[in-house]
Design a protein. Structure first.
Length: 358
């Protein structure tokens, strides 16, 4: 199937492998929606997920433009349905290859879990460690055995999940070693209150153009060095939503407003009307950019749709808005294709679109 009827197919294949044994050791089963087998996925949609997944809730002045950085990947892959890098990519600097592996490791995990678990929000763990000291961690090492997971996720049913993402271009064997090494470095999650529903580790192998192997995506149930014993679940849910709103505002370059949302200690002081007014009075919050690949022109659009916030402005402040979201449980990340346009909807109003034109 071709998106927009173009020569290059934007639907590609990857083999999903669910490590059921990693759940069995806890005498549980993986989510029923996790199924081992071939998955046909929308490559463009994964690129949109990369943009959102790699955006931190806070802008600290030294980050690059995460959204536009991933546009370079559109010309790095084979034009057929195989999820393989093309021959040109073989000459790319090894550091750039590592960045691609990391970006797609996070972006594909975001794509897959959103489809399978109806994710409402996905927020970087480092953000929680900064603002919720009661979420104790035995160590905050960036690497090695004490590394904390990458994200905390909230799904439509108000279940919380923790996620670590990995990626490689070397081989399936290298991916397996990554997963095994990570498993050997684990520490138990202390969660006497049962706050966390799923502990997830994912790994993505993207083969080179001349590899005989197909792309693989592994999903497993690991352990992490986090303790949830001294924190209330509702506090984490609120912080996930707070981080998600900040990320969506950052995606349309509302840096000051986004940072205010991300760092707020009292959400009752942040008025929904103020957010609406700030967005409405900002002339350039939308982005349009066109890029060319070998067979199509793609127009990217990013903007903030105020209709949801306008509908909820009577709730007065973010505290009430978040409570309402949790009560209704009807919103989550959504995407859809119509004609030659793919649209991704965030939780609060972020819209990202990719349109293919001749």
């Amino acid at each position: 199937m071709l998106l927009g009827g173009m020569e290059m197919t934007y639907y590609k294949n990857v083999l999903i492998n669910v490590d059921e044994d990693s759940w069995k050791k806890y005498k549980t089963l993986p989510p029923a929606s996790f199924v081992t087998g071939n998955l046909n996925f929308n490559f463009i949609e994964v690129l949109l997920h990369i943009g959102l997944a790699t955006r931190h809730p806070e802008e600290i002045g030294i980050s690059v433009n995460e959204f536009w950085a991933f546009l370079r990947y559109i010309n790095c892959f084979q034009t057929d349905s195989s999820f393989k890098l093309n021959k040109k990519w073989a000459d790319v600097d090894p550091h750039q290859k590592t960045i691609l592996s990391d970006d797609f490791g996070m972006g594909f995990a975001s794509y897959y879990l959103t489809k399978k678990m109806k994710i409402m929000a996905m927020t970087n763990t480092g953000y929680f460690l900064k603002y919720l000291p009661s979420l104790s961690v035995r160590s905050t090492s960036k690497r090695g055995p004490s590394k904390s997971p990458d994200f905390i996720l909230l799904d439509q049913y108000l279940n919380l999940h923790i996620l670590e993402c990995k990626g490689t271009q070397n081989s399936i064997g290298a991916l397996n070693q990554q997963m095994i090494k990570a498993a050997s470095q684990k520490y138990n999650v202390s969660d006497t209150k049962g706050i966390i529903s799923e502990k997830l580790r994912t790994g993505l192998f993207i083969p080179q153009f001349n590899s005989k192997d197909d792309a693989h995506f592994e999903v497993a149930d690991p352990d992490f060095s986090l303790c949830f014993d001294s924190i209330d679940k509702n506090v984490i849910i609120t912080k996930v939503l707070q981080g998600q709103l900040a990320k969506e505002l950052h995606m349309v370059n509302l840096i000051s407003l986004a940072n205010s949302v991300a760092s707020a200690s009292d959400l009752k002081l942040i008025k929904v009307d103020t957010i609406i007014e700030t967005i409405s009075n900002t002339a350039e919050i939308a982005y349009d950019q066109s890029i060319l690949n070998d067979s199509a022109k793609i127009k990217w659009s990013v903007y903030f749709d105020l209709s949801f916030l306008e509908e909820k402005k009577d709730l007065s402040n973010l505290h009430n808005l978040f409570l309402n979201l949790c009560e209704e449980r009807v919103r989550y990340f959504k995407s859809y294709v119509k004609d030659n346009r793919l649209t991704f909807d965030g939780l609060f109003g972020l819209k990202m679109q990719a349109t293919l034109t001749d």
